[in-house]
Design a binder for this molecule. Sequence first.
Ligand SMILES: Cc1cc2nc3c(=O)[nH]c(=O)nc-3n(C[C@H](O)[C@H](O)[C@H](O)COP(=O)(O)O)c2cc1C
Length: 196
Amino acid sequence: MGSTRAGRVCPQVAAWVAQVGREHTTLEYEIVDLADWSLPADDEPAIPALGPYAQAHTRAWSEKIQRADALVFVAPQFNWGYPAALKNAIDHLYSEWRDKPLAIVTYGGHGGTRCAKQLRQVAASLHMRIVSAAPALALSDAVIREGAALEPARDFQAQQPSLRRALLQLQMLVEGRERGPARLWRRLKTTFFALR
Ligand SMILES: Cc1cc2nc3c(=O)[nH]c(=O)nc-3n(C[C@H](O)[C@H](O)[C@H](O)COP(=O)(O)O)c2cc1C
C-alpha cells in the first residue's frame, strides 16, 4: 500500500485489488501496509546498492521483499507524483527489486496516470519486470473532496478489466509465460548477463 496518510482510502483500494486478483488469477495476495513498517528516511549509512544494511528494520524489509514472487504497487497520485513513504520504502533496498514482476495500480482524480509514469520510471531503473497494463482507478470528486465513502467494486467498475489484465500479466511473468517482445528481450538480457 503506497499511502500511509491519515484518513487514506488505500486499504480499501488494496483490498479490492487483492480480491480481483484472487478471483481471476491463481496467485496468492498479501497486503503489505507501509504504515506497519518502521523505515525512517535516510537512516542507512551506506548506499543500498552497495550495502551492507546497518539497520535491523532494513534487513527485515529486505527479507520481506525477497520472499515475494511478484509485487503490486497500489499508490495514489500526490501532486503529480507518488507518496514519499513509497519512495522511501523503495529506496531502502536495491538488488531485492531486480527482476521482480511488478504491476502498478494507481488511483486519483484522473486515475493517477502521472504517478504511474513516475513509478514506472523508478521501477525500470531497478530492473523490475513491469506489466504493460496500467490500471488507473478514477476517484470521484465526492470521495476526494467531501470524504464520501469509496465502494471500489462500484466506483472502479470501468477499470476492472484493466486491473484483471494487469494481474493476469503478472501471473504470466511469475510463471515464466510472457509472450512476444517482452519474452525475447528477457532472453537477450539473460544472455547478455551470462556473457558479461
Ligand atoms: C498531498 C496530496 C496531493 C494530491 N495530489 C493529487 C494529484 O496531483 N492528482 C490527483 O488526482 N489527486 C491528488 N490528490 C488526491 C488523492 O489522489 C486522493 O486524496 C486519494 O484519496 C489519496 O490516497 P489515500 O487516501 O489512499 O492517501 C492529492 C491528495 C493529497 C493528500
